[in-house]
Design a protein around this ligand. Structure first.
Ligand SMILES: [Zn+2]
Length: 337
């Protein structure tokens, strides 16, 4: 697996959210080291700034210019929890660039992981919030499209709903957005009935789960909704918004996933893309606020991609939220009827 990162990730400081700390970056990289020590093939690569055309395909030019100008001065505030300092725009552009490189690697047949901060999935076309300035998976999806991928899928297993990603692609049938998240919880979006609009109807799939959910319920979201929809959609590119804040030890999330759960999610997705003849997934780090859990979960994800057999989950039926999600999406997906 290729790992894309840049030391700049440690230079961004959000004074309104100390939990999204610079220390998250070395903690995540320690997970890469651990995977390598366990004998897994890891190739570390540097990354460039995201291509301007990919950034402007998903973000409003005025918003990007505002970030650039504020960052060239002293930084500023985007919301009650999102501050940035001088130089943070470049840090975010490198994080989007890491995601773009991860997608390029995946499209060439080699799975990849973009490890960078700040996270991205709460940033929309013209707004930043939830610690996010630019939406890295959205920029990477635009990059994939410019490289010839027709159908892009983004699967988001961060404990928070990726409202920014959903917003950006809400009317776009060529970008499928799948999210499993804690609900009710920040940012308050991601209800089952949010399925897209216009031509994009059916191409947003949400599996909101109650606090305290463990891997068994997540497995139901994968096998009951995500896997059948992905099989039917047949993406040419799969990007994973890989947040690790649904870990039981996380400081913000209230879920009960184990470290190894992330490895099983990754292994399940690797097996699925193989089955449908799609390139390997590109993982993009989002949240994850307990440093130890972050290290271990990054390692587990790499191990899951490189070495694990897919989990023997099956959808048993009867999980209330998943049944509702299947019902809401059934008009758009034959496999859910
Ligand atoms: Zn999160």
């Amino acid at each position: 697996m290729r790992v894309y990162s840049d030391p700049a990730s440690e230079r961004h400081f959000n004074e309104l959210a100390r939990v999204e700390a610079p220390e998250r970056f070395p903690a995540a990289l320690a997970g890469v080291d651990a995977a390598e020590k366990a004998g897994l093939p890891v190739e570390r690569r540097s990354c460039k700034l995201a291509p301007e055309n990919a950034v402007l395909a998903v973000h409003d030019q005025g918003y990007v210019e505002k970030l650039r100008e504020m960052s060239a001065a002293d930084g500023g505030y985007l919301s009650l929890d999102t501050a940035f300092g001088a130089g943070s725009f470049e840090v975010a552009m490198l994080a989007s660039g890491a995601a773009c490189s991860a997608v390029e690697s995946a499209l060439s047949g080699e799975s990849a992981f973009a490890i960078a901060r700040p996270p991205g999935h709460h940033a929309g076309r013209d707004y930043g919030m939830g610690f996010c300035l630019l939406n890295h998976v959205a920029v990477a999806a635009a990059n994939a499209r410019s490289l010839g991928a027709e159908r892009v899928a983004i699967l988001d297993w961060d404990v928070h709903h990726g409202n920014g990603t959903q917003d950006i692609f809400y009317a776009d049938p060529m970008t499928l957005y799948l999210s499993v998240h804690q609900s009710p919880f920040y940012p308050g979006t991601g209800a089952i009935w949010e399925v897209g609009e216009g031509d994009g109807r059916g191409f947003t799939a949400n599996a909101p789960l109650p606090a305290g959910s463990g891997e068994d319920v997540y497995a139901a979201a994968f096998t009951g909704v995500f896997e059948p929809v992905l099989r039917e959609y047949r993406p040419d590119c799969l990007i994973v918004s890989a947040g690790f804040d649904a870990h039981a030890d996380d400081l913000l999330g209230g879920m009960r996933l184990e470290t190894e759960s992330f490895g099983r999610f990754a292994a399940a997705l690797v097996a699925l893309v193989k089955e449908i003849g799609a390139p390997p997934p590109a993982f993009v780090m989002e949240g994850g606020y307990d440093l130890g859990a972050l290290t271990d979960s990054v390692a587990a994800t790499i191990i899951g991609v490189e070495r694990s057999a897919p989990p023997r989950w099956g959808y048993p039926g009867g999980v209330k939220q998943i049944e509702q999600s299947r019902e809401e999406l059934a008009p758009f997906w034959r496999s859910l009827r």
